[in-house]
Ligand binder design. Sequence first.
Ligand code: FAD
Length: 351
Amino acid sequence: MSRRTDVVVIGGGQSGLAAGYHLRRLGIEHVILDAQATPGGAWQHTWDSLRLFSPAAYSSLPGRLMPAQDGHLYPDAAHVVSYLADYEKRYELAVQHGGWAHAVHRDGAFLRVETDCGDWQARAVVSATGTWTRPFLPAVPGRREFTGRQLHTVQYRSPAEFAGQRVIVVGGGNSGAQIAADLAGTAHLTWVTQRPPRYLADDIDGRALFDAATARRRALDEGRADTGGVASLGDIVAVPPVRAARDAGLLTAKPMFSRLTATGAQWADGTAAVADAVIWCTGFRPALAHLAGLRLRGSRGHITTSGTGSLEDPRFHFLGYGDWTGPASATLIGVGRPARETARQLRDLLA
Ligand code: FAD
Protein backbone atom coordinates (compact mmCIF):
# COMPACT_ATOMS: atom_id res chain seq x y z
CA MET A 1 0.00 0.00 0.00
CA SER A 2 1.26 3.49 -0.84
CA ARG A 3 1.78 6.17 1.75
CA ARG A 4 0.57 9.61 0.78
CA THR A 5 2.03 13.10 1.24
CA ASP A 6 2.00 16.40 -0.64
CA VAL A 7 5.61 16.50 -1.79
CA VAL A 8 8.24 13.78 -2.13
CA VAL A 9 11.80 15.07 -2.30
CA ILE A 10 14.09 12.47 -3.86
CA GLY A 11 17.65 12.85 -2.52
CA GLY A 12 18.69 13.93 0.97
CA GLY A 13 22.03 15.61 0.33
CA GLN A 14 22.38 19.37 0.81
CA SER A 15 19.85 20.13 -1.95
CA GLY A 16 17.17 17.86 -0.47
CA LEU A 17 17.79 19.31 2.99
CA ALA A 18 17.52 22.89 1.72
CA ALA A 19 14.22 21.92 0.08
CA GLY A 20 13.03 20.33 3.34
CA TYR A 21 13.96 23.47 5.30
CA HIS A 22 11.81 25.71 3.11
CA LEU A 23 8.93 23.24 2.71
CA ARG A 24 8.80 22.93 6.48
CA ARG A 25 8.79 26.70 6.94
CA LEU A 26 5.77 26.96 4.65
CA GLY A 27 4.01 24.09 6.42
CA ILE A 28 3.96 21.86 3.34
CA GLU A 29 3.67 18.17 4.16
CA HIS A 30 6.56 16.26 2.63
CA VAL A 31 9.06 13.45 2.95
CA ILE A 32 12.71 13.35 1.85
CA LEU A 33 13.87 9.97 0.51
CA ASP A 34 17.60 9.34 0.51
CA ALA A 35 19.43 6.27 -0.72
CA GLN A 36 22.28 6.66 1.77
CA ALA A 37 22.06 4.97 5.16
CA THR A 38 23.47 8.09 6.86
CA PRO A 39 23.29 11.89 6.33
CA GLY A 40 25.78 13.81 4.19
CA GLY A 41 24.94 12.96 0.55
CA ALA A 42 27.94 12.72 -1.76
CA TRP A 43 30.27 14.33 0.78
CA GLN A 44 30.48 10.92 2.47
CA HIS A 45 32.31 9.47 -0.52
CA THR A 46 34.88 12.04 -1.61
CA TRP A 47 38.64 11.58 -1.43
CA ASP A 48 40.26 11.97 1.98
CA SER A 49 42.11 15.25 1.42
CA LEU A 50 39.30 17.15 -0.35
CA ARG A 51 38.92 20.74 0.81
CA LEU A 52 35.97 23.02 0.14
CA PHE A 53 36.84 25.86 -2.20
CA SER A 54 35.11 28.41 0.09
CA PRO A 55 35.43 29.19 3.80
CA ALA A 56 32.81 27.66 6.12
CA ALA A 57 30.55 30.71 6.37
CA TYR A 58 30.37 30.74 2.56
CA SER A 59 29.34 27.09 2.53
CA SER A 60 26.15 27.39 4.55
CA LEU A 61 22.61 26.21 3.96
CA PRO A 62 19.61 28.44 4.77
CA GLY A 63 19.08 29.20 8.44
CA ARG A 64 22.35 27.96 9.89
CA LEU A 65 25.94 29.06 9.32
CA MET A 66 28.46 26.29 8.92
CA PRO A 67 30.81 26.58 11.90
CA ALA A 68 34.49 27.10 11.10
CA GLN A 69 36.68 24.02 11.23
CA ASP A 70 39.51 24.35 13.75
CA GLY A 71 42.73 25.28 12.06
CA HIS A 72 41.34 25.27 8.52
CA LEU A 73 39.98 28.14 6.47
CA TYR A 74 38.65 25.62 3.93
CA PRO A 75 36.79 22.79 5.70
CA ASP A 76 37.19 19.15 4.68
CA ALA A 77 34.41 16.79 3.58
CA ALA A 78 34.04 15.18 7.02
CA HIS A 79 33.24 18.63 8.41
CA VAL A 80 30.52 19.08 5.77
CA VAL A 81 29.05 15.66 6.64
CA SER A 82 28.83 16.61 10.35
CA TYR A 83 27.26 19.93 9.43
CA LEU A 84 24.62 18.26 7.23
CA ALA A 85 23.88 15.61 9.89
CA ASP A 86 23.45 18.35 12.48
CA TYR A 87 21.29 20.40 10.09
CA GLU A 88 18.99 17.46 9.43
CA LYS A 89 18.57 16.87 13.16
CA ARG A 90 18.29 20.50 14.23
CA TYR A 91 15.41 21.23 11.85
CA GLU A 92 13.83 17.78 12.40
CA LEU A 93 13.78 17.25 8.66
CA ALA A 94 11.66 14.34 7.51
CA VAL A 95 14.45 12.31 5.90
CA GLN A 96 14.05 8.59 5.35
CA HIS A 97 17.49 7.09 4.82
CA GLY A 98 18.39 3.87 3.07
CA GLY A 99 15.82 3.68 0.27
CA TRP A 100 16.46 4.10 -3.46
CA ALA A 101 13.68 5.73 -5.54
CA HIS A 102 13.60 3.70 -8.75
CA ALA A 103 10.87 5.38 -10.72
CA VAL A 104 8.14 7.99 -10.69
CA HIS A 105 4.84 7.37 -12.49
CA ARG A 106 1.84 9.57 -13.21
CA ASP A 107 -1.06 7.99 -11.38
CA GLY A 108 -4.31 9.91 -11.83
CA ALA A 109 -4.10 13.18 -9.92
CA PHE A 110 -1.02 11.88 -8.09
CA LEU A 111 2.58 11.00 -8.77
CA ARG A 112 3.64 7.57 -7.54
CA VAL A 113 7.23 7.19 -6.36
CA GLU A 114 8.48 3.60 -6.30
CA THR A 115 11.23 2.93 -3.77
CA ASP A 116 13.05 0.01 -2.14
CA CYS A 117 10.91 0.62 0.93
CA GLY A 118 7.49 0.77 -0.69
CA ASP A 119 5.64 3.38 -2.73
CA TRP A 120 4.70 6.98 -2.01
CA GLN A 121 1.92 8.99 -3.59
CA ALA A 122 2.47 12.73 -3.84
CA ARG A 123 1.09 15.76 -5.58
CA ALA A 124 4.56 16.99 -6.54
CA VAL A 125 8.12 15.68 -6.68
CA VAL A 126 11.38 17.54 -6.11
CA SER A 127 14.34 15.79 -7.65
CA ALA A 128 17.54 16.49 -5.68
CA THR A 129 19.61 13.45 -6.56
CA GLY A 130 22.85 15.25 -7.41
CA THR A 131 25.43 14.04 -9.91
CA TRP A 132 27.83 11.88 -7.88
CA THR A 133 26.09 8.63 -8.84
CA ARG A 134 26.50 9.48 -12.54
CA PRO A 135 30.18 9.99 -13.30
CA PHE A 136 31.03 11.05 -16.85
CA LEU A 137 33.90 9.56 -18.87
CA PRO A 138 34.69 10.99 -22.31
CA ALA A 139 34.79 8.72 -25.35
CA VAL A 140 38.54 8.60 -25.94
CA PRO A 141 40.01 6.25 -28.56
CA GLY A 142 41.68 3.20 -27.02
CA ARG A 143 39.97 3.51 -23.66
CA ARG A 144 39.09 -0.17 -23.71
CA GLU A 145 42.56 -1.23 -24.87
CA PHE A 146 44.35 0.17 -21.82
CA THR A 147 45.27 -2.75 -19.54
CA GLY A 148 46.07 -0.65 -16.44
CA ARG A 149 43.59 0.56 -13.89
CA GLN A 150 41.03 3.22 -14.82
CA LEU A 151 38.99 5.04 -12.25
CA HIS A 152 36.87 8.15 -11.98
CA THR A 153 37.02 10.88 -9.33
CA VAL A 154 34.28 9.03 -7.43
CA GLN A 155 36.56 6.02 -6.85
CA TYR A 156 39.69 7.94 -5.80
CA ARG A 157 40.42 7.99 -2.05
CA SER A 158 44.08 8.70 -1.27
CA PRO A 159 47.58 8.72 -2.79
CA ALA A 160 48.71 5.75 -0.66
CA GLU A 161 47.32 3.18 -3.07
CA PHE A 162 49.27 4.72 -5.97
CA ALA A 163 52.65 5.03 -4.23
CA GLY A 164 55.45 4.70 -6.79
CA GLN A 165 53.01 4.11 -9.66
CA ARG A 166 52.81 6.01 -12.96
CA VAL A 167 49.48 7.79 -12.87
CA ILE A 168 47.79 9.97 -15.50
CA VAL A 169 45.23 12.40 -14.07
CA VAL A 170 42.83 13.78 -16.70
CA GLY A 171 40.95 17.01 -16.06
CA GLY A 172 41.62 20.71 -15.54
CA GLY A 173 38.87 21.50 -13.03
CA ASN A 174 39.01 21.57 -9.25
CA SER A 175 38.84 17.77 -8.92
CA GLY A 176 41.64 17.22 -11.41
CA ALA A 177 43.88 19.84 -9.81
CA GLN A 178 43.23 18.66 -6.24
CA ILE A 179 43.78 14.98 -7.08
CA ALA A 180 46.90 15.79 -9.12
CA ALA A 181 48.24 17.82 -6.18
CA ASP A 182 47.36 14.96 -3.81
CA LEU A 183 49.34 12.46 -5.89
CA ALA A 184 52.25 14.70 -6.86
CA GLY A 185 54.65 13.71 -4.08
CA THR A 186 53.72 10.02 -4.01
CA ALA A 187 53.18 8.84 -7.58
CA HIS A 188 54.89 9.57 -10.91
CA LEU A 189 52.29 12.03 -12.09
CA THR A 190 51.28 13.09 -15.58
CA TRP A 191 48.54 15.71 -15.42
CA VAL A 192 46.58 16.18 -18.62
CA THR A 193 44.18 19.03 -19.31
CA GLN A 194 42.20 20.00 -22.39
CA ARG A 195 43.51 23.57 -22.24
CA PRO A 196 46.25 25.07 -20.07
CA PRO A 197 45.11 25.14 -16.41
CA ARG A 198 43.35 28.37 -15.48
CA TYR A 199 43.84 29.17 -11.80
CA LEU A 200 41.79 31.82 -10.10
CA ALA A 201 44.02 34.49 -8.57
CA ASP A 202 45.44 33.16 -5.29
CA ASP A 203 43.57 35.69 -3.19
CA ILE A 204 40.14 34.75 -4.52
CA ASP A 205 38.19 31.59 -3.86
CA GLY A 206 34.63 30.23 -4.03
CA ARG A 207 33.35 33.47 -2.47
CA ALA A 208 34.21 35.31 -5.69
CA LEU A 209 32.52 32.57 -7.73
CA PHE A 210 29.40 32.90 -5.62
CA ASP A 211 29.44 36.70 -5.88
CA ALA A 212 29.78 36.46 -9.67
CA ALA A 213 26.91 33.96 -9.84
CA THR A 214 24.77 36.23 -7.65
CA ALA A 215 25.52 39.24 -9.87
CA ARG A 216 24.54 37.22 -12.90
CA ARG A 217 21.29 36.09 -11.31
CA ARG A 218 20.42 39.68 -10.39
CA ALA A 219 21.16 40.88 -13.92
CA LEU A 220 18.98 38.18 -15.43
CA ASP A 221 16.18 38.76 -12.89
CA GLU A 222 16.20 42.47 -13.70
CA GLY A 223 16.23 41.88 -17.46
CA ARG A 224 19.76 43.24 -17.89
CA ALA A 225 22.46 41.72 -20.12
CA ASP A 226 23.92 38.38 -19.01
CA THR A 227 27.13 39.15 -17.07
CA GLY A 228 28.60 35.85 -18.23
CA GLY A 229 28.77 33.87 -15.01
CA VAL A 230 31.90 32.57 -13.39
CA ALA A 231 33.77 30.91 -16.27
CA SER A 232 35.79 34.04 -17.04
CA LEU A 233 37.36 34.01 -13.55
CA GLY A 234 39.17 30.69 -14.03
CA ASP A 235 38.57 26.98 -13.49
CA ILE A 236 40.68 26.10 -10.45
CA VAL A 237 40.51 27.57 -6.98
CA ALA A 238 44.07 27.56 -5.67
CA VAL A 239 43.23 25.98 -2.30
CA PRO A 240 46.38 25.64 -0.16
CA PRO A 241 47.44 22.08 -1.23
CA VAL A 242 46.99 22.98 -4.92
CA ARG A 243 48.89 26.22 -4.49
CA ALA A 244 51.73 24.44 -2.67
CA ALA A 245 52.06 21.74 -5.36
CA ARG A 246 51.86 24.30 -8.16
CA ASP A 247 54.44 26.59 -6.54
CA ALA A 248 56.76 23.63 -6.01
CA GLY A 249 56.62 23.02 -9.76
CA LEU A 250 54.79 19.71 -9.35
CA LEU A 251 51.72 20.66 -11.35
CA THR A 252 52.81 21.08 -14.95
CA ALA A 253 50.02 20.02 -17.26
CA LYS A 254 50.34 18.37 -20.66
CA PRO A 255 47.68 18.79 -23.35
CA MET A 256 45.10 16.06 -23.77
CA PHE A 257 46.46 12.86 -25.32
CA SER A 258 44.98 11.65 -28.58
CA ARG A 259 44.44 8.03 -27.51
CA LEU A 260 45.08 5.39 -24.89
CA THR A 261 47.08 2.29 -25.81
CA ALA A 262 47.47 -1.02 -23.97
CA THR A 263 50.27 0.47 -21.87
CA GLY A 264 49.49 4.16 -21.52
CA ALA A 265 48.74 7.32 -23.49
CA GLN A 266 49.87 8.65 -26.84
CA TRP A 267 49.90 12.28 -27.99
CA ALA A 268 49.36 13.63 -31.49
CA ASP A 269 53.04 14.68 -31.73
CA GLY A 270 54.11 11.03 -31.34
CA THR A 271 55.16 11.21 -27.67
CA ALA A 272 53.85 8.59 -25.27
CA ALA A 273 53.68 7.88 -21.54
CA VAL A 274 53.49 4.47 -19.89
CA ALA A 275 50.93 4.35 -17.07
CA ASP A 276 49.74 2.01 -14.34
CA ALA A 277 46.54 3.98 -13.83
CA VAL A 278 44.41 6.69 -15.42
CA ILE A 279 42.18 8.77 -13.16
CA TRP A 280 39.37 10.50 -15.04
CA CYS A 281 38.43 13.77 -13.31
CA THR A 282 36.05 14.56 -16.11
CA GLY A 283 32.87 15.51 -14.37
CA PHE A 284 29.37 14.27 -13.83
CA ARG A 285 25.87 14.30 -15.27
CA PRO A 286 22.57 14.77 -13.39
CA ALA A 287 21.27 11.49 -11.91
CA LEU A 288 17.77 11.40 -13.38
CA ALA A 289 17.14 7.74 -14.25
CA HIS A 290 14.16 7.70 -11.87
CA LEU A 291 12.35 10.13 -14.19
CA ALA A 292 12.85 8.16 -17.41
CA GLY A 293 9.68 7.60 -19.38
CA LEU A 294 7.87 10.68 -18.06
CA ARG A 295 8.51 12.67 -21.24
CA LEU A 296 9.89 15.69 -19.38
CA ARG A 297 12.52 16.31 -22.06
CA GLY A 298 11.93 18.94 -24.72
CA SER A 299 12.73 18.63 -28.43
CA ARG A 300 16.48 19.14 -27.81
CA GLY A 301 16.66 16.23 -25.36
CA HIS A 302 16.99 18.40 -22.23
CA ILE A 303 14.53 18.75 -19.39
CA THR A 304 13.39 22.30 -19.86
CA THR A 305 12.66 24.35 -16.77
CA SER A 306 11.53 27.77 -15.75
CA GLY A 307 13.42 28.39 -12.52
CA THR A 308 13.39 24.94 -10.93
CA GLY A 309 10.01 23.80 -12.31
CA SER A 310 9.52 21.56 -15.33
CA LEU A 311 7.91 23.31 -18.29
CA GLU A 312 6.31 20.02 -19.35
CA ASP A 313 4.75 19.25 -15.96
CA PRO A 314 4.94 21.85 -13.15
CA ARG A 315 4.58 19.11 -10.51
CA PHE A 316 8.28 18.29 -11.06
CA HIS A 317 11.05 20.46 -9.66
CA PHE A 318 14.84 20.12 -9.85
CA LEU A 319 17.35 21.28 -7.28
CA GLY A 320 21.11 21.33 -7.18
CA TYR A 321 22.26 20.11 -10.57
CA GLY A 322 24.06 23.26 -11.65
CA ASP A 323 23.32 26.39 -13.59
CA TRP A 324 20.52 24.52 -15.31
CA THR A 325 18.34 25.10 -12.21
CA GLY A 326 19.76 28.48 -11.17
CA PRO A 327 23.24 30.03 -10.94
CA ALA A 328 25.38 28.31 -8.26
CA SER A 329 22.53 25.97 -7.29
CA ALA A 330 24.95 23.03 -7.10
CA THR A 331 26.84 24.62 -4.22
CA LEU A 332 26.17 24.64 -0.50
CA ILE A 333 25.55 28.35 -0.31
CA GLY A 334 23.85 28.63 -3.69
CA VAL A 335 21.09 26.06 -3.26
CA GLY A 336 19.21 28.05 -0.61
CA ARG A 337 17.62 30.52 -2.97
CA PRO A 338 16.29 28.05 -5.56
CA ALA A 339 15.08 25.84 -2.69
CA ARG A 340 13.06 28.77 -1.34
CA GLU A 341 11.64 29.49 -4.80
CA THR A 342 10.73 25.83 -5.22
CA ALA A 343 8.85 25.75 -1.91
CA ARG A 344 6.96 28.93 -2.83
CA GLN A 345 6.00 27.60 -6.24
CA LEU A 346 4.86 24.31 -4.73
CA ARG A 347 2.77 26.18 -2.15
CA ASP A 348 0.98 27.97 -5.01
CA LEU A 349 0.62 24.77 -7.03
CA LEU A 350 -0.85 22.82 -4.11
CA ALA A 351 -3.19 25.59 -2.95
P1 FAD B 1 24.41 14.90 -3.43
O1 FAD B 1 25.29 15.36 -2.35
O2 FAD B 1 24.95 13.95 -4.45
O3 FAD B 1 23.13 14.26 -2.73
C1 FAD B 1 22.17 13.55 -3.46
C2 FAD B 1 21.62 12.46 -2.57
O4 FAD B 1 20.57 11.80 -3.27
C3 FAD B 1 22.65 11.39 -2.23
O5 FAD B 1 22.56 11.06 -0.88
C4 FAD B 1 22.24 10.23 -3.14
O6 FAD B 1 22.57 8.97 -2.61
C5 FAD B 1 20.74 10.41 -3.17
N1 FAD B 1 20.10 9.81 -4.34
C6 FAD B 1 20.51 9.87 -5.63
N2 FAD B 1 19.64 9.23 -6.43
C7 FAD B 1 18.65 8.77 -5.61
C8 FAD B 1 17.46 8.02 -5.84
N3 FAD B 1 17.09 7.66 -7.06
N4 FAD B 1 16.70 7.69 -4.77
C9 FAD B 1 17.05 8.08 -3.52
N5 FAD B 1 18.16 8.80 -3.25
C10 FAD B 1 18.95 9.14 -4.29
N6 FAD B 1 30.15 22.82 -3.56
C11 FAD B 1 30.47 23.80 -2.68
O7 FAD B 1 29.59 24.56 -2.26
N7 FAD B 1 31.75 23.94 -2.22
C12 FAD B 1 32.74 23.10 -2.60
O8 FAD B 1 33.88 23.26 -2.20
C13 FAD B 1 32.43 22.02 -3.51
N8 FAD B 1 33.37 21.11 -3.86
C14 FAD B 1 33.01 20.08 -4.67
C15 FAD B 1 33.99 19.11 -4.98
C16 FAD B 1 33.64 18.02 -5.77
C17 FAD B 1 34.67 16.97 -6.11
C18 FAD B 1 32.34 17.90 -6.28
C19 FAD B 1 31.96 16.74 -7.17
C20 FAD B 1 31.38 18.86 -5.98
C21 FAD B 1 31.70 19.95 -5.17
N9 FAD B 1 30.75 20.91 -4.83
C22 FAD B 1 31.09 21.93 -3.97
C23 FAD B 1 29.43 20.91 -5.47
C24 FAD B 1 28.25 20.40 -4.61
O9 FAD B 1 28.18 21.14 -3.42
C25 FAD B 1 28.31 18.90 -4.31
O10 FAD B 1 28.36 18.19 -5.51
C26 FAD B 1 27.11 18.42 -3.48
O11 FAD B 1 27.35 17.11 -3.06
C27 FAD B 1 25.78 18.48 -4.25
O12 FAD B 1 24.74 18.23 -3.33
P2 FAD B 1 23.37 17.58 -3.76
O13 FAD B 1 22.53 17.48 -2.55
O14 FAD B 1 22.81 18.28 -4.92
O15 FAD B 1 23.78 16.12 -4.27
